[in-house]
Structure formats: structure tokens, C-alpha cells
Design a protein. Structure first.
Length: 120
């Protein structure tokens, strides 16, 4: 979960940096020749201030999430060598059966329409 969050935050950081620096986007035909160039200038004014605040927030969040991921990875690698018999017993689930966890689904009603009452 944290790894996906880190990837999303890295993408958000790239988006913010593009907004701060400006960029061009080139649309090309099938043969590779450009037919339209879209130019985005660097952000200015209040919008630039918003992007700078977003960048700082994203960088702080990235640092925290990377730290959490490193701690979880270190904890998982240190506890993985403890015992293989206990993990294999719990991997089967309750009752020692394999497969998806048992989940009770409500029975289907015999009526096909699901509409009750009379039609007027």
C-alpha cells in the first residue's frame, strides 16, 4: 500500500515541477512530424505559491512514506527467518483449508424482477 502511495506522490511531484518549470507538448502525426505544439509557461503569482506549497507537502510526505516502507521492509526481513511452520499453518486459514476465505452470501430470491406490488 505504501509503495503505491509513493509512486503516486512521485507522479504528483513531477506534475508540480512541470507546472513550476513550464513545458511543451508536441502532438505528432503517424509519420512522426509535429502538427501542433502546446506550450505551457512556468507558473506565476498566486498559482506558483500554491504549487510551491504543494511541492513542500509532497516532499515531506514522500520522506515519511519512504521511511515507513524501509522500516516495514526491515521488520519483515528480520521476522521472515523465524519459523516456516507457523506461517504455513496460518496461511491455510481457519480449519486448515486452502482457497478463498469463507464468506456467506445471502440466498437469491426466487422472483426474477425484484419488483414487488401490483402494476397500475
Amino acid at each position: 500500500m505504501t509503495a503505491r502511495r509513493i509512486k503516486r506522490l512521485e507522479a504528483d511531484l513531477r506534475r508540480v515541477e512541470r507546472g513550476l518549470d513550464g513545458y511543451t507538448r508536441t502532438f505528432r502525426k503517424h509519420d512522426g512530424t509535429p502538427y501542433y505544439v502546446e506550450e505551457h509557461k512556468p507558473a506565476t503569482g498566486e498559482y506558483r505559491e500554491q504549487l510551491l506549497a504543494q511541492k513542500e507537502h509532497i516532499e515531506n510526505q514522500l520522506a515519511y512514506d519512504r521511511q515507513q516502507l524501509a522500516a516495514a521492509t526491515a521488520k519483515a526481513s528480520s521476522s521472515s527467518g523465524a519459523s516456516t511452520t507457523s506461517t504455513s499453518a496460518t496461511a491455510c486459514g481457519p480449519g486448515g483449508t486452502t482457497g478463498s476465505p469463507s464468506r456467506r452470501t445471502p440466498p437469491r430470491s426466487s422472483s426474477t424482477s425484484g419488483i414487488t406490488g401490483s402494476r397500475r
